[in-house]
Design a protein around this ligand. Structure first.
Ligand code: CO8
Length: 257
């Protein structure tokens, strides 16, 4: 049983994971990251889980890497950091991951939110990369993902000054797709996840993979990947079912094949 997370079993295809280290504003220590990676592995293997929502508390999504734990690691400790493997497992998750963010999403917390495919923020959410204030810098993808999400100027400003941005600015900049009242953030994220959970799983998986390709490949290679993925889906039973259901004016029943 995880001690730093609560996990609700999948309901209508959606699994809800809540970070729970209130004493440290959900700071991401090795245990939490390990438990989160293990839960995502379980969600990956579970046919009833079609999408995952990850959230924190009203006060904090996550206030970053655990500074107390980090202080104990020297250069070699950071080089051989077990957290790296956990981050890699989170990055590999192939099903849709939606972050419902309230309060602080700072440092590793902002980086974790950016691992999600869709970000929904409460009006009071704050996104920031304050590592520079500790004489370090983002280390879980922040420099790369933030720049791709909000562009060079705002990413530079956030990373070099350490100052966070609010939810509205994050929406304008394209870091999040919607903002809600804080008490509705999780509900809205779950509603979006449920909508995705109704779709054909293989189409969702390949569409996600193709969209992520756009972040790290040139246009021609991305288009080639899209064409291959599109062609692959023509061989699935669900594609036939989707088209047949449309023609017969009924809801499709997808099997993930
Ligand atoms: N780590 C550990 N404990 C934390 C953290 C943290 N990141 N953030 C907050 N806490 C603890 C506080 O120490 C405090 O505990 P205690 O009561 O025992 O002193 C408790 O949470 C509540 O915090 P505050 O009293 O400070 O609450 P405030 O409302 O006054 O302030 C803030 C909230 C603004 C969020 C403030 O706590 C803060 O600035 N926190 C640190 C934010 C930060 O700098 N985050 C970046 C950390 S570095 C990082 O994330 C690098 C990632 C690299 C990943 C590499 C992977 C291989």
């Amino acid at each position: 049983m995880p001690q730093t997370l609560s996990v609700l079993p999948p309901e209508q295809g959606v699994r809800l994971i809540t970070l729970q280290r209130p004493e440290a504003l959900n700071a991401l220590n090795t245990q939490l990251l390990g438990e989160l990676a293990a839960e995502l592995d379980a969600a990956e293997a579970c046919a009833d889980t079609r999408a995952v929502v990850i959230t924190g508390s009203r006060r904090a999504f996550a206030a970053g890497a655990d500074i107390k734990e980090m202080a104990e690691r020297d250069l070699v400790g950071i080089l051989e950091d077990p957290r790296l493997a956990h981050w890699q497992r989170i990055t590999r998750f192939s099903k849709p991951l939606i972050a419902a963010v309230n309060g602080f999403a700072l440092g590793g917390g902002c980086e974790l939110a950016m691992h999600a495919d869709i970000l929904i923020a409460g009006e009071d959410a704050q996104f920031g990369q304050p590592e520079i204030n500790l004489a370090i810098m983002p280390g879980a993808g922040g420099t790369q993902r933030l720049l791709r999400a909000v562009g060079k100027s705002l990413a530079m400003q956030m990373v070099l000054t350490g100052e966070p941005i609010g939810a509205r600015r994050a929406l304008e900049a394209g870091l999040v797709s919607e903002i809600t009242q804080p008490e509705l953030t999780v509900e809205r994220a779950v509603a979006i996840a449920r909508k995705i959970a109704e779709k054909a799983p293989l189409a969702v998986r390949l569409a996600k993979e193709a969209l992520l390709k756009a972040e790290d490949t040139d246009l021609a290679s991305g288009l080639r990947f899209e064409r291959h993925a599109f062609t692959l889906l023509a061989g699935t039973e669900d594609r036939n079912e989707g088209i047949r259901a449309f023609q017969e004016k009924r809801r499709p029943i997808y099997k993930g094949r």
